[in-house]
Design a protein around this ligand. Sequence first.
Ligand code: NAD
Length: 361
Amino acid sequence: MTQEYRITLLPGDGIGPEIMAVAVDVLKTVADQHSLSFTFQEALIGGAAVDAVGQPLPEETLDKCRKSDAVLLAAIGGYKWDTLPRELRPETGLLGLRAGLELFANLRPAQIVPQLIDASSLKPEIVSGVDLMVVRELTGGIYFGKPRGIFTTETGEQRGVNTMAYSNSEIDRIGRVAFEIARKRTRKLCSVDKANVLEVSQLWRDRITALSAEYPDVELTHLYVDNAAMQLVRAPKQFDTIVTSNLFGDILSDIAAMLTGSIGMLPSASMGASGPGLFEPVHGSAPDIAGQDKANPLAQVLSAAMMLRYGLNQPQAANRIEQAVQQVLEAGYRTTDIQSPGTTVLGCQAMGAALIKSLHS
Ligand code: NAD
């Protein structure tokens, strides 16, 4: 029986429309091969939405997203909108979308592609075989805790304040997402905190430990965040799934991403408790190369694969896309950003055509 899904596409700005076109062709091809049927609907976000309707996240866009099974976003932003007031900036639209869909879990995989191993700043023997996932809490912790602000004390001194706070329910819901993800991978979960110094981290550790009783098949370990940062660059292969708070996850997911060395290859996902997830590349809208057919579409295509695996529970179709990406790289095809001597440089569209050919092979 054909499984039907409604997908909202948000091409956004800069290279967004170019890389989105490639991802849609890839999705259409795997749909035919895996008895899936996608209904795609496009919506405006970011600078494109500001230009068309005067705001970066039109209500109609949020509405379409909420009513879909998954949302695939390319990227937003560009020089043209950088001087607008904050409420009209493209980035405000993206934050509004994440909040509007109540996406509290951010998933950032870091996987070493053997053909691109030289792009990493670490030695090949350290990074070869790295395949990990950072699950970051996205809507709580110090980025949102109150009180916050810059206050003037009685002595007239200024004092900046932020508050790191997590409640049981916030920890439990991100914990459950992480245990479930670990289950779909190699069943190893490392929770990262600073429980030796912070009470909020002690609660985090207690709750994650308690949750592990529900997941006896997943091996749980704990690390302090300073040690985790060291271990990620010392011996990254020891990790499979990492779960951590908003602030620690912000930093650790960037470290993990750079193990792979190439921004045009990195997908991500943001998930809520129910409702559609948001799938997008880690990179921005690359306005410096927009409209020149130079963009690397692979992070967008791998985001579509994440959508299939984590958003729509279609792991076989996801695997097929990831294999096609491996195959085009094995065949020596590269976009400019990941080129090396002896490889064949393709434009964005030609890379898309190579992927489709590989999917048909
Ligand atoms: P960027 O990721 O857009 O670009 C950084 C560098 O990487 C540029 O040289 C760019 O050409 C290159 N690059 C990025 N993606 C590429 C790809 N797929 N193929 C080939 N090269 C690629 O970051 P930036 O320059 O700091 O920001 C540009 C705009 O993007 C800004 O307006 C920023 O706010 C926005 N931005 C959006 C998101 C998002 O939509 N989630 C994320 C980051 C930045």
